[in-house]
Design a protein around this ligand. Structure first.
Ligand SMILES: O=C(O)CCC(=O)C(=O)O
Length: 317
């Protein structure tokens, strides 16, 4: 077969693959479970087939659901200095002006942050407690006893404890741009609601990635900001596309991708499987805790790597 014909054949396979994968397993919406599953059920029905679901009644016993009011948080952690992501536009870790721009990581007393979220103090900037890297245990140890250090049935299903337990509290303008990672993610909403837009890993051929110079916002209280390049850092591969308003002229293949959307309400838990692309928004002041369990680097991971490599090779051919 001539090289051109071979390339066309591979491109055709990549274009057909997402639909074929979808027909094998994805539903139009995310299914609900009414109770926490047994470890075996969860591994067999959700982790192994890499399917998302929303689980109800899995965290109803957590004291956090009743206790984490603004008054309680102010009393217990109000005077503590914590890391807050500050951006001019709500997008931390996202493509802006041809850079991969990270937030300013501001150290501030938690109650000053709450004053901004509750609009007792106005700011032109957007604030989000979203440090990850186990910020619940590292920065808010006073709150850990109101949730659980891990999700027992998940730890048993995977034979390990989470790599990170994260605390999220932010403004409605704070958006997490479309990305994927290598965690089995159990995302628990304590108050408010989170809005997820998801793509299965099999949609990779339709999702653009480009390489960007990393940079960081330096924002001022008057709303002015600078974007400062992290000159010695390597370029970062990131998705430039906004799935809520995709530029289909620039990224026509995305028209063939099929997003699943769901809202996770207070008291519910989303299982967001490893390698799924996710874009996240929230109601104002929403509080969430999530558990990142490292994925198994098995054949599923290798197949995804192959899909990724073939997609990149087609982009440059
Ligand atoms: O809640 C968010 O804003 C983002 C969560 C997320 O992207 C993650 O846990 O991987």
């Amino acid at each position: 077969m001539a090289e051109g014909a071979a390339l066309r054949a591979v491109r055709g396979c990549l274009a057909a693959f997402p639909r074929e994968a979808r027909e094998l397993g994805w539903t139009e919406s995310i299914p609900y479970l009414d109770r926490p599953p047994s470890p075996l059920e969860f591994y067999r029905d959700w982790v192994s087939p890499n399917k998302p679901c929303i689980i109800r009644n899995a965290i109803s016993h957590w004291p956090a659901l009743k206790k984490w009011t603004s008054a309680y948080l102010r009393e217990v952690v109000g005077s503590k200095v914590v890391s807050v992501a500050v951006t001019p536009n709500g997008y931390a870790d996202a493509v802006f002006q041809d850079r991969f721009v990270m937030p300013e990581e501001r150290q501030m007393p938690f109650m000053d942050f709450l004053d901004i979220v509750e609009k007792k103090v106005t700011s032109p900037n957007v604030f989000y407690v979203q440090k990850q890297c186990s910020n619940l245990t590292e920065e808010f140890p006073e709150l850990v006893c109101d949730v659980q250090p891990d999700i027992p049935w998940m730890s048993e299903a995977l034979g390990k404890t989470p790599d990170a337990v994260n605390f999220w509290l932010g403004e409605s303008a704070a958006v997490t741009s479309l990305h994927k990672d290598h965690y089995e993610n159990l995302y628990c909403v304590i108050s408010g609601e989170k809005h997820f837009l998801l793509h299965p890993p099999s949609d990779r051929p339709f999702i653009p990635y480009e390489l960007y110079q990393p940079a960081t916002y330096h924002v001022s209280d008057d709303g002015s900001f600078e974007i400062v390049d992290e000159k010695s850092a390597d370029k970062v591969p990131w998705i430039p596309l906004d799935p809520l308003n995709p530029n289909l002229e620039q990224y026509p293949l995305y028209a063939q991708a099929k997003a699943l959307q769901c809202t996770v309400k207070a008291g519910e838990m989303l299982y967001l499987p490893s390698l799924w692309f996710h874009h996240v928004q929230q109601s104002h002041g929403c509080i969430a805790v999530n558990y990142w369990y490292d994925m198994e680097y098995d054949l599923k991971y290798s197949y995804y790597q192959l899909l990724d490599c073939l997609t990149k090779a087609m982009e440059v051919s």
